[in-house]
Ligand binder design. Structure first.
Ligand code: ZN
Ligand code: ZN
Length: 260
């Protein structure tokens, strides 16, 4: 059994075959999934998906690449929405993306701070997207954790060792995607080895980043199996051991998500 802790089932890529995709996930042993919000404006669509599929849960938040579009969303809006819906089990994704650089760092930081405050108030985990922004992200995590701890996940980890260390130090979880399985990802696998077992998560970030076995194809939650296999390998464990570890971790950090 596995949990895909980060996918985007509301994207148009999945529209026509969502039933099949959820069924294939279950058949592969992926018993539950968290479909992640990228725009608060589109929350209704996400909630409709979680209502249709009992095994699908969701988050609420604004992706850093959309930060400037949702500066009207305040901390209290996020808190109110998260508290109003039982299927919302996380805040985000939010963060800093200096790779795509479509939004100003100032707008991205504003959004990030509001979401951190919402995670602190609700106790729901903050799903953090960090790309080409290691130093700023480490600085913000350290400063904000100092003001009051909040649960968080460094999702789709592709940053440097130092950010992983900072995240773990402040109680964070580190989630690995298909990137872990790519031949060139030696450095990411080295970092994965250093993350304590009780902080590891797996995800697909589908429809992006299909793992090696399905590289080049559109990704989907059932493919998270390949990432868990490689993560097991990295830690010298069996697949079943790693599946149990990451699943137990998922239910610990996504504390609002029931085990079905
Ligand atoms: Zn992301
Ligand atoms: Zn994502």
């Amino acid at each position: 059994m596995l949990i895909d802790t980060h996918c985007h089932l509301d994207f148009a890529d999945f529209e026509a075959e969502r039933d099949d995709i959820v069924a294939r996930a279950h058949a592969a042993g992926v018993s539950q999934m968290v479909t992640i919000s990228t725009r608060v404006q589109k929350l209704d669509g996400l909630l409709a998906i979680t209502e249709k599929y009992p095994s699908v849960f969701c988050s609420v938040g604004t992706h850093p690449n959309n930060a400037g579009e949702e500066l009207d969303i305040q901390t209290e809006d996020l808190v109110r929405l998260a508290n109003a819906h039982e299927k919302i089990v996380a805040i985000g994704e939010v963060g800093l993306d200096y790779f795509y650089d479509t939004q100003t760092p100032a707008d991205q930081k504003t959004g990030l701070l509001r979401h951190i405050a919402a995670a602190r108030q609700t106790g729901l985990p903050l799903v953090i997207h960090s790309r080409s922004a290691d130093e700023d992200m480490a600085e913000i995590l350290t400063a904000e954790s100092g003001k009051g701890a909040f649960p968080f996940i460094l999702h789709c980890f592709s940053s440097g060792a130092e950010l992983a260390r900072t995240g773990v130090e402040h109680g964070g979880y580190v989630s690995f995607s298909g990137i872990l399985t790519f031949p060139k990802s030696e450095e990411i696998r080295e970092i994965a080895k250093t993350v304590p077992l009780d902080r590891l998560l797996v995800e697909t970030d589908a429809p992006y980043l299909a793992p090696k076995r399905w590289r080049g194809k559109r990704n989907e939650p059932s493919y998270v199996v390949n990432t868990a296999e490689v993560l097991a390998d990295v830690h010298g464990l069996t697949y079943d051991e790693m599946a149990k570890i990451t699943t137990d971790n998922a239910f610990r950090i996504f504390a609002k998500m029931p085990r079905l």
